[in-house]
Design a protein around this ligand. Structure first.
Ligand SMILES: NS(=O)(=O)c1c(F)cccc1F
Ligand SMILES: [Zn+2]
Length: 260
């Protein structure tokens, strides 16, 4: 296991030395530009059927704030859209910036959002998650942009209230009874393309489903995320910010849109 980060000598430009896939042809995130997107009328709507009882814990792993779900059976699943069958919800996490004018991983027509929420699901046709990450159709991530505005989504409060309990790296707290679909925007319009994890080892196993409509969060809520520390409680408090990977070359990939 090699240490990696988002700045300096172990930042995104250095990942490929220990994680060679990071220089692959199907890397994420990417820029999504209207001119290059292809409307695909055959794309189905996607559906999330999440059981709030599957939510387990919320934790700070020093790289992001993550909520973990019980994925021991088809309890909370994503289906439809570009996906073949159901995919099991395993965790959600966030990427954000050091200020409100940047922080998302995907960039839409040059627009960087303040952050990005990722809900990670894996294909249960494979025996377990670790097997799924070795398959091109193993993982599906639903990505939702966070836009700073005056009328924040009240449902974000539940996650941000827990932040005080996981201030430092390694801290974990119970996070029961949570259905993340309460965070979804009104529109289910999406872009989809084949890509990778945006953190090392950057395996190219992800069907990305990027929602067009951002959810609104407040500047205070973004500041709350930035109050997390990269370090453990007995180490100096380094703000956990700018945990986003820059956009990667699209090469010969098509980005399909579910909407005109
Ligand atoms: N950002 S991402 O969604 O590709 C991602 C995962 F899916 C899983 C772990 C880390 C991570 F960063
Ligand atoms: Zn992510």
């Amino acid at each position: 296991y090699y240490p990696w980060g988002y700045d300096g000598d172990n930042g995104p430009d250095h990942w490929h030395k220990n994680y060679p896939i990071a220089k692959g042809r199907h890397q994420s995130p990417i820029e999504i530009n209207n001119k290059e997107v292809h409307y695909d009328p055959s794309l189905l709507p996607w559906f999330a059927s999440y059981d709030p009882g599957s939510a387990k814990t919320i934790l700070n792993n020093g790289k992001t704030c993550r909520v973990v779900f019980d994925d021991s059976f088809d309890r909370s699943v994503l289906r439809g859209g570009p996906l073949p069958g159901v995919f099991r919800l395993r965790q959600l996490h966030f990427h954000w910036g050091s200020s409100d004018d940047h922080g998302s991983e995907h960039v839409v027509n040059g627009v960087r959002y303040a952050g990005e929420l990722h809900l990670l699901h894996w294909n249960p046709k494979y025996s377990n998650y670790l097997d799924a990450v070795r398959r091109t159709d193993g993982i599906a991530v639903l990505a939702i942009f966070l836009q700073v505005g005056k009328t924040p989504k009240p449902e974000m409060k539940r996650i941000l209230e827990e932040i005080n309990a996981i201030k430092t790296k390694g801290k974990e707290a119970p996070f029961p009874n949570f259905d993340p679909s309460v965070l979804f925007p009104k529109s289910h319009d999406y872009w989809t393309y084949h890509g990778s994890f945006t953190t090392p080892p950057c395996e190219e196993c992800i069907t990305w489903i990027v929602l067009r409509e951002p959810i609104i969060v407040s500047s205070d809520q973004m500041a709350k995320l930035r109050s997390l520390s990269k370090n453990a409680e007995n180490e100096p408090d380094l703000p956990l910010v700018d945990n986003w990977r820059p956009t990667q070359p699209r090469y010969f990939r098509m980005v399909s849109a579910s909407f005109l």
